[in-house]
Design a protein around this ligand. Structure first.
Ligand code: DC
Length: 227
């Protein structure tokens, strides 16, 4: 049953490197709506487990920490800041080490359950743009606008390679391509919230498309469905 009294939600799901972050932030700016970076909640849970000495494979303890995550999201002079227990963890959250731990805690059903209501609380007027893997399937199944972004494994590896090179890292394109292909297989086959598009999602392939064009296509969907 559609909950029409609730503010509208645009869900943007897809694998890593498909361009979700760039597209979501641009859509948030264009609409002036709220933003949910659900991956950051899984990363925060991983970091909190690490700090509290809880194994990222201990479902019950990790879920207990996820349920009381002392996290806050701030916008300071246009820059996003994430706080955990009052300290700024924005840079740490993006590290490869935390990304790897996050993918383990994200596979735990109790953790996903513990974060469910917290994610839904981001739905505030005038609207929400939610970025993740299961935004359109599990968290906001009744969202009026659902987007599923994809790009080829090679293109996603190239984007990640350029980003890491830009940060001064010593990486190989071939091994990144293999890692991304392997992560795709894991994400699509895991039993808990596998990465799959909602049946009513609009698929946009970003491989050879400029970011500005993808953003315009998402905004066109919003106009079509919500005006
Ligand atoms: O998008 P990201 O790299 O920040 O996500 C971090 C991890 O959390 C990644 O392993 C995918 C997982 N994740 C998830 O399972 N469900 C979401 N809605 C968002 C992220």
């Amino acid at each position: 049953m559609p909950q029409t009294h609730l503010p509208p939600v645009v869900t943007i799901d897809g694998p890593s490197g498909a361009g979700k972050g760039t597209v979501t932030r641009a859509v948030v700016r264009a609409l002036g709506w709220h933003f949910l970076d659900s991956g950051a909640l899984y990363r925060l849970t991983a970091l909190y487990c690490h700090r509290q000495g809880v194994s990222p494979d201990d479902a019950d303890q990790a879920a207990a920490l996820a349920a009381v995550l002392p996290a806050a999201f701030r916008l300071e002079d246009g820059a996003e800041r994430v706080l955990l227990d009052g300290s700024d963890v924005t840079a740490e959250l993006r590290s490869e080490a935390i990304g790897a731990l996050a993918s383990r805690v994200a596979a735990l059903e109790p953790v996903r359950g513990a974060l469910l209501e917290r994610q839904r609380d981001f739905r505030q007027a005038p609207g929400l743009v939610a970025d993740g893997r299961d935004m359109g399937t599990v968290v906001f199944p009744e969202a009026p606008v659902k987007i599923f972004l994809t790009a080829t494994v090679e293109e996603r590896a190239r984007r990640r390679y350029n980003q890491l090179k830009g940060e001064g890292a010593d990486v190989s394109l071939a091994s990144l391509t293999e890692e991304i292909a392997e992560r795709d297989r894991r994400d699509a086959s895991r039993t808990t919230a596998p990465l799959k598009p909602a049946p009513d999602a609009v698929h946009l392939d970003t491989t050879d498309v400029a970011a500005a064009d993808v953003i315009e296509q998402v905004l066109a969907q919003v106009r079509e469905k919500l005006e």
